[in-house]
Design a protein around this ligand. Sequence first.
Ligand code: 13P
Length: 248
Amino acid sequence: MRKPIIAGNWKMNKTPEEAAQLVRDLIPLVKDAKCDVVVCTPAVNFAAVKPVIEGTNIKLGAQNVHFKASGAYTGELSADMLKAAGCEYVIIGHSERRQYFGETDKTVNLRTIAAVKAGLKAIVCVGEMKDEREAGYTDMIVMYQTQMALHGLTAEELDNVVIAYEPVWAIGTGLTATDEQANETIGVIRKAIAYKFGQEAADKIRIQYGGSMKGSNVKGLMAQPEIDGGLIGGASLKAEDFAQVVNF
Ligand code: 13P
């Protein structure tokens, strides 16, 4: 009953020209996809990508959003700006932002609220570090991050939220959580949502897996009952690779 969603997170890759070419190549390869297809490009590429994907099944996403509507926040972009530039989705709280740019559970929460209130769909990232998994804290970490990120939203507003479970040790490392590990932890995240918002909201919300997901492992992951899609880094940077994931 949950429609799968596969999103590419291009991170800090591609110039506008390269971005337009990538989506041009992608369009025919994913046109029959049964899932929602999103490309989260660097903001400088929105203007180049938007007209190319107009009228196709590919949606545009951003990689971050500020929580204030406007003001003295050098280098930041507001939710209204992203919407005006054609974005439907925005990634929030990616582990790279948490690790390198001081993102906290509090700022993830503020950004999520700002995005949803402005009418964007938020892809909210949670996930444990390697040492946290080894110490047995995975469930606690993802439950805490999930509940903190969604604090202050209503169950109805969760219709515009997607959660991405990205174990930090699996990002860009070639290491993937096993199908069972990913399924189990995503089940824990769903329980955390049920505690806070009720079972119906938990059953409805889409939860992606992310971390070295690619053509060769997508089938096994997507066969798991809790996994509703993927957030794809490296394998989203080439049209053929991303199409293989989308057409799982
Ligand atoms: P990789 O697919 O390159 O491991 O990156 C995953 C990710 O961080 C997506 O947001």
